[in-house]
Design a protein around this ligand. Structure first.
Ligand code: GDP
Ligand code: MG
Length: 307
């Protein structure tokens, strides 16, 4: 879509805590030391405790060991740039843009657990689309929690986009159905569906999501074109366990990694790549609708390993 533009400053500032922990910690560790097997072990430990995935840490540390033995790296300081380069090389080219339907409306279904940042992320996407001249309709399908509909309604009003809502306790799939009908009737470009994050049971939650998906697919061929899982970056490894549950229930097309600004666990993005195989498409770096960035692996790794 070319919708979201990388702002290096925003990525850097969003990753301040991660950089301090990951890169700051590494720099203190290697400062003035000669690279040795012992130091390499310490570096490995540091990467793992900074939430960079185990698999990738092992792989890049193996490369570091090999380069050290081959006499290519002698100073501890030089290990950091080496690791940074290794990490960048390991990022496959994935399509990280949001899907666009051949015929409008494009339907984006947003899922995730309570408090992950779904509604805020919906507002961020809505604003970017609107600023790009696209017409947007929001569907408030989180009818489980009192206040959830109101929260989305406030965003809709602030952003000047339309909203379809049901009454409190309404069937979320019925809300999604009405919203799909309205999106067709009004000829909007994008329908964004906000969903519940908690129900009486996890099984109910997943069933509700698939029901919403099926209802929308019946009304609009090919929909939902995008199923985004919102993950809370501050949850670290727990976020990955959550993602696995959602992935098993519904086909996810991308991840919106929210709250990067609030955590030193930004290295989680590497573990997500290793463990989930679902592309991170967008990252949240604050609470306002402007605080969204496309995920750009190079810029991200630079921001994590920078000074
Ligand atoms: N710092 C920060 N806070 C965020 C971000 N995204 C969401 N939040 C906050 O996280 C809390 C829960 O967000 P909400 O959208 O209501 O989550 P939901 O329950 O999944 O819909 C709110 O206080 C949001 O302002 C982000 O990228 N950065
Ligand atoms: Mg919500």
């Amino acid at each position: 879509m070319g919708l979201f533009k990388t702002t290096i400053g925003a990525i850097r500032s969003g990753l301040t805590k991660t950089r301090e922990r990951l890169s700051g910690g590494l720099r203190r560790l290697v400062s003035g030391r000669t690279l040795s097997d012992e130091l390499i072990d310490e570096i490995e430990h540091h990467l793992i405790t900074a939430d960079v995935g185990v698999a990738t840490t092992r792989a890049i540390i193996d490369e570091l060991r090999r380069a050290h033995r081959a006499g290519e790296i002698e100073r501890g300081e030089d290990a950091i740039d080496f690791l940074r380069g290794q990490l960048k090389e390991r990022w496959i080219d994935a399509d990280r843009s949001l899907a666009v339907a051949p015929t409008a409306p494009t339907v984006i279904l947003v899922a995730g657990i309570n408090g992950a940042g779904k509604t805020t992320s919906v507002a961020k996407i809505a604003k970017s689309l609107r600023d790009d001249g696209r017409s947007v309709l929001l569907a408030a399908a989180d009818t489980f929690r009192a206040g959830a509909v109101a929260q989305l309604a406030i965003w809709a009003e602030r952003l000047g986009v339309e909203l379809v809502r049901g009454t409190a306790g309404a069937d979320p799939a019925a809300v999604a159905y009405d919203a799909a009908e309205a999106a067709l009737a009004r000829g909007v470009d994008v329908l964004l569906i906000d969903t519940a994050g908690r129900l009486h049971t996890q099984v109910n939650l997943m069933r509700q999501l698939t029901k919403i998906r099926d209802v929308v697919a019946k009304k609009i061929p090919g929909a939902p074109h995008e199923v985004l899982l919102v993950l809370d970056a501050t949850a670290g490894q727990n976020a990955i366990a959550q993602a696995e549950q959602f992935r098993d229930a519904i086909d996810l097309t991308g991840i919106f990694l929210a709250k990067l600004d609030g955590t030193a666990k930004g290295g989680i993005v590497v573990a997500i790549r290793d463990r989930l195989g679902i592309p991170v498409k967008l990252v949240g770096v604050g609470e306002t609708p402007d605080d969204v960035e496309p995920f750009d692996p190079d810029a991200f790794v630079d921001a994590m390993f920078g000074e």
